[in-house]
Design a protein around this ligand. Structure first.
Ligand code: NAP
Length: 252
């Protein structure tokens, strides 16, 4: 079966590792091209946008793709909407790997907000030392709250995005460990953490570290993300397709 995996996540990397030795599938992984040097992958990989739902539908038809797995990030809502529309047009099954959101436990001080703009506002007027674990693309809203000192972790350094004036960029790629995250927050004398509710284990350590240190967390809620047939793991996605249990999307 010829499949397309929409990736850029830990789940997509797991799928690539599973697919390389799986004779049932002939798979291509697609990356948006946001990171300058993405992790090497063991299966055929293409990079860059398709040109909206119509471009994706054309690509799927030209490549004679028979099913799509959407393993993109919970905050990547546009590509998922495009995948739903393109699979509907071409009449292909679409399986979406959806990670559960992180949940607060007793004692956590989480403040839920709907966007990075709202997170910047929620930091309040008094200057604070803020850890930003929101990704490079979401740093610019914090320029609207220039009174704070920011420590932001990024995979690639920002280009010409507008940044807050007092910001230190720490370049690193996950997964991250709890003890190291705790040490980073303590060394930087951070008093509040901002993160997206990405779910998964690769970037959860900063939230655990905030928990350990009794720090508040501003948690940016997930956007609405259209899906196909939802599964919880890469293994389930392949199982579903192999058993032919993922319905075609035409006309849905
Ligand atoms: P997005 O807003 O949903 O998508 C914007 C556009 O980028 C899409 O319309 C599409 O362009 C292109 N695109 C996105 N993912 C693609 C993929 N896997 N393959 C080919 N084209 C893709 O996406 P985003 O939030 O910018 O995320 C971009 C990538 O980074 C995704 O692969 C996502 O899994 C990964 N990622 C995102 C986050 C995050 O917080 N947003 C975090 C970690 C990883 P066309 O319309 O031209 O096809």
């Amino acid at each position: 079966m010829r499949i397309l995996v929409l990736g850029g996540t830990t789940e997509a990397s797991i799928l690539a590792r599973l697919l390389v030795d799986d004779a049932r599938f002939d798979a291509t992984l697609s990356l948006a091209g946001r990171t300058a040097s993405p992790k090497p992958q063991p299966i055929a990989t293409r990079v860059g946008g398709f040109g909206g739902p119509a471009g994706l539908a054309d690509w799927l038809a030209n490549e004679r793709i028979e099913a799509v797995i959407d393993a993109t990030h919970p905050f990547a809502a546009r590509i998922s909407a495009n995948a739903v529309e393109a699979c509907r047009r071409v009449g292909l099954p679409l399986v979406s790997v959806v990670r559960p959101a992180w949940q607060a436990v007793a004692g956590d001080d989480w403040r839920d907000v709907g966007s990075a703009d709202a997170a910047a506002l929620a930091l309040g007027p008094a200057p604070r030392r803020v850890f930003l674990g929101v990704g490079r693309q979401e740093l610019h809203p914090f320029a609207a709250a220039p009174q704070h000192h920011y420590v932001a972790r990024v995979i690639d350094l920002p280009g010409d995005e507008r940044l807050p004036p007092d910001i230190r960029l720490v370049q690193a790629r996950g997964p991250f460990e709890r003890a190291a995250e705790r040490a980073l927050l303590a060394t930087e004398r951070i008093d509040i953490v901002v993160t997206k509710n990405s779910g998964g284990s690769a970037t959860f350590a900063k939230v655990e570290a905030a928990r350990d240190l009794g720090l508040p967390v501003i948690m940016v809620a997930r956007p609405h993300k259209p899906t196909g047939h939802v599964v919880a793991s890469p293994e389930d996605a392949l199982g579903l397709l192999a058993e032919g249990r993922a319905p075609s999307r035409r006309g849905v």
